[in-house]
Design a protein around this ligand. Structure first.
Ligand SMILES: C[S@@+](CC[C@H](N)C(=O)[O-])C[C@H]1O[C@@H](n2cnc3c(N)ncnc32)[C@H](O)[C@@H]1O
Length: 424
């Protein structure tokens, strides 16, 4: 939120001013500011000058009109962007741009917080170590837990506190600026931690580059009576503490995160795939079955199932295959084939119309024979460049076809399919 020429202290002062009567007036005006940035800045600056002039001398915040206008406009723009994660309540919340990017969407927060509250009981005390703008802390407080949230960045901490206030949660969610490492996890019933996976240079993938570092996070979690840690969906399995149960969570088919649980009273499988839907319907959970045999391998049958990425990352493809009485096309590739059409939330189903060894020439003539015009290419275990292939194919017909590229052993395979949307 720091604009060029503005110091972090100016940005913090401008943010604080937003909660004064003058600031609220400018923030309201920012909600209907013109789309053109220059016109919006001019209109809001005028509004800020008037609002500050109208404020009683002893109640006017010490902020330049231009800074107040910029802070209000930033919030209005961020609130718009935040709707996808927070729905209509985004219009009452406060953000920083990096804080919004890193914030957990409401459906995931509600799922995790619900599980924590069910295991810990109402009023249990949870420390949120590195709370960002507070999305997870809000979820925990709304689930009935008492949250002490700590955030190292002063402006972000102020934003999280403003969110607690704006959502009427200040009594159950306290926010303070501080270092997570200074918190004593032993003093709480549980800790929650979502370490930063971004630096000013962009996203980081190595857990050692998280902040706090992965070692620090796992140490804090292990010292707490119970914990939930949010990690990247691609975290290597070997970095998951041996005593933790891991859940890979997807929303509407998009893999979002790995949640690592320790010490909660509920019995948990070591690995699970949790599928959430944007419509708020109940989560679908596929859990590890340690006694389950490995999935059989078989030739392409009438249907092909593409498991959800949470299932794949959780290494639960065999469990998903068992649900559809299916086999794998190749033991190392996550495509399931079956003669049975079974409705399952854990995989998308495709009817297979034709199977052939992959070659551009054969595929082109097969697509021409099907009058294919709209071609969707899916691949697993294939090195083919999809964009180039689509350019080379230039389909011109009127039918929709899904082309699946994969391999069986060393043999590239191509399946022409259509997605089954009406399931029994
Ligand atoms: C991924 S964000 C948290 C997002 C949050 N769970 C939410 O949904 O809004 C991680 C936060 O941890 C903060 N952080 C990083 N290292 C920290 C530390 N040692 N102590 C306290 N906060 C820290 C960062 O400033 C960042 O805001």
């Amino acid at each position: 939120m720091v604009s060029s020429g503005q110091t972090a202290a100016d940005a913090a002062a401008a943010f604080a001013a937003l909660s004064t009567p003058a600031g609220r007036r400018v923030l309201t005006a920012a909600g209907s500011a013109p789309a053109d940035p220059l016109k919006a800045a001019t209109a809001l600056r005028r509004e800020a000058e008037e609002a500050l002039a109208a404020a009683a001398a002893d109640r006017a915040p010490d902020v330049a009109p231009a800074d107040l206008a910029a802070a209000a406009l930033t919030q209005a723009r961020l609130r718009e962007r935040a709707r996808g994660k927070f729905g209509e309540r985004a219009g009452r919340m406060f953000f920083t741009s990096p804080g919004l990017e890193q914030a957990t969407r409401r459906s995931v927060t509600a799922y995790r917080a619900g599980r924590m509250a069910a295991a810990l009981g109402p009023g249990a005390r949870v420390a949120d170590l590195g709370c960002g703008i507070g999305a997870d802390a809000i979820g925990l407080a709304e689930a009935g837990l008492t949250v002490d949230a700590v955030e190292a960045d002063p402006l972000t901490a102020a934003v999280a506190a403003a969110n607690a206030e704006a959502l009427g949660l200040s009594e159950r969610m306290r926010v303070r600026e501080g270092d997570a490492a200074a918190v004593r996890p032993e003093d709480y019933d549980a800790v929650f931690c979502d370490p930063a996976r971004r630096t000013t240079r962009g996203r980081v993938f190595d857990p050692d580059a998280y902040s706090p570092s992965w070692d620090a996070v796992t140490d804090l979690a292990a010292r707490a009576p119970a914990s939930c840690v949010k990690a990247a969906p691609g975290i290597p399995h070997e970095r998951i503490p041996a005593q933790a149960a891991a859940e890979w969570i997807s929303v509407d088919g998009e893999l979002k995160e790995t949640a690592l649980w320790q010490g909660l009273a509920e019995a948990r499988p070591r690995r699970a795939a949790v599928l959430l839907r944007g419509d708020g319907s109940a989560p679908a959970v596929l859990a590890e079955d340690p006694g389950a045999p490995t999935a059989p391998v078989g030739p392409p049958a009438r249907y092909l199932y593409e498991p959800d990425n949470a299932v794949v990352r959780a290494h639960l493809v065999a469990e998903a295959a068992a649900r559809v009485e299916g086999a794998l096309l190749d033991p190392d590739i996550a495509y399931i084939t079956s003669d049975r059409l079974v409705a399952t939330p854990f995989a998308r189903a495709f009817e297979v119309h034709e199977t052939m060894p992959f070659s551009l020439k054969r595929l082109r003539s097969a697509l021409r024979a099907k009058d294919a015009g709209s071609v969707t290419i899916k691949k697993r275990g294939s090195a083919v460049d999809v964009d180039k292939l689509l350019r080379d194919l230039k389909p011109k017909g009127s039918e929709s076809v899904v082309v699946v590229l994969t391999r069986v052993g060393d043999h590239p395979l191509c399946l022409l399919c259509s997605e089954v949307t009406a399931l029994p």
